[in-house]
Design a protein around this ligand. Structure first.
Ligand code: NAD
Ligand code: TYD
Length: 348
């Protein structure tokens, strides 16, 4: 029986992962989350009574609190989702991104080192202790931006462009340094843009679905021809599960959905599916430093670990729109005063 500390498990991907693991394994899941604006326990309402699920309210930057949870639950695996995750917010308030994403990751892996009794690496032949793992959930944004051609592989040099991606790249470096120096078994996963149920409506897809349903303007940054490689969140969860079980110590795995789509095409698809009019589209000022294109080369995880994405974008986006339409109370609850304030400032 594994005791997995899932940090940020009340957020979008974290909550989908907690549910996925409870449905597909018999592991004990300890969800450690600060419940910031994007953390929401309503995301886990249906599984909160599961005897393999435990929630602890806490900050990954608080070392004593992290130590306590490690001891209390004999943690042998960490999957670190906890982060500030929105590029636009990182342009407004970068410091919190450095604090949570870099310092928080460093606190977590340091407590893992204390608890897992790992030894400094003083030999060339690495000796990894068995049965423990630190999995850092990173992003393809650490690689920077692509032109029309090319794809990111795990050996593409890091070239982050936003305070968000710079903080994620820094966290990756901390994790790799602990692996090299202390022999901690780690993996880093770098995924592309996720979409699906329970995503906070600051991100493109739920924001457009929500605005469209309400007949509000759809704010497209610049020309809307920026391309992302969309990954259905359940595919991301199955990929992380695969890396946890089969990933080779110290390795980085890219995770992508093989679904490159331009923002404008997504917005039009949502409008048409919901039977609305394209006159809702409003071109707004572009995001500063906006990355043009991301594209993930999946070869390593597919060939070495046997994982591949199941969802085509055309299907995944329909399930996603239907989910938001059928879960209006979830959205109503999320649209708080805070969110409305954020929206007003961001799109003024
Ligand atoms: P999210 O913003 O929905 O969730 C983040 C969660 O972390 C929230 O529950 C929040 O309360 C929690 N949190 C924030 N600060 C914390 C702290 N100090 N201590 C404990 N918990 C804290 O984000 P998401 O979209 O689910 O992303 C999860 C992870 O995946 C992040 O690390 C992000 O960088 C990465 N990622 C996301 C995407 C994407 O498309 N959403 C793509 C690539 C990588
Ligand atoms: P987002 O969901 O913020 O993810 P990321 O910036 O991490 O890729 O944005 C996805 C794309 O959609 C990105 O190119 C920015 C664009 N976008 C808009 O055009 N309008 C919006 O209101 C938002 C939130 C995003």
């Amino acid at each position: 029986m594994k005791n997995i500390l899932v940090t940020g498990g009340a957020g979008f991907i974290g909550s989908n992962f907690v549910r996925y693991m409870l449905n597909n394994t018999n592991y004990n899941i300890i969800n450690y989350d600060l419940l910031t604006y994007s953390g929401n326990l309503n995301n886990l309402k249906d599984i909160k009574e599961n005897s393999n699920y435990h929630f602890v309210h806490g900050d990954i930057c608080d070392k004593d609190a992290v130590r306590k949870v490690f001891k209390e639950y004999s943690i042998d695996t960490v999957v670190n989702f906890a982060a500030e995750s929105h590029v636009d917010r990182s342009i407004e308030t970068p410091e919190i991104f450095v604090k949570t994403n870099v310092l928080g990751t460093s606190v977590l892996i340091d407590v893992a080192k204390e608890n897992w009794k790992v030894k400094p690496n003083d030999k060339y032949d690495k000796e990894f202790i068995k049965g423990v793992k630190f999995l850092q959930v990173s992003t393809d944004e650490v690689y920077g931006s692509l032109g029309k051609e090319g794809m990111f592989t795990e050996t593409t040099p890091l070239s982050p462009n936003s305070p968000y991606s710079a903080s994620k790249a820094s966290a990756d470096m901390v994790v790799l340094a602990y692996h090299h120096t202390f022999n901690i078994p780690v993996n880093i996963t770098r995924c592309s843009n996720n979409y699906g149920p329970y995503q906070f409506p600051e991100k493109l897809i739920p924001l457009m679905i929500n605005n469209c349903q309400q007949g509000k303007e759809l704010p497209v940054y610049g020309d809307g021809q920026q391309i992302r490689d969309w990954l259905y969140v359940e595919d991301h969860c199955s990929a992380i599960h695969t890396v946890l079980e089969k990933g080779k110590d110290g390795e980085i795995y890219n995770i992508g959905g093989n679904n490159e789509v331009a923002n404008m095409d997504i917005v039009k698809l949502i409008i048409n599916y919901l039977g609305k009019d394209e006159s809702l589209i409003k071109h707004v000022k572009d995001r500063p430093g906006h990355d043009r294109r991301y594209s993930i080369d999946n070869t390593k995880i597919t060939c070495e670990l046997g994982w591949s994405p199941k969802y085509l974008f055309d299907d995944g986006i329909k399930y996603t729109i239907d989910w938001y339409v059928n879960n209006k109370e979830w959205m109503d609850d999320v649209i708080s005063l805070n969110y409305l304030e954020y929206y007003k400032n961001m799109y003024k």
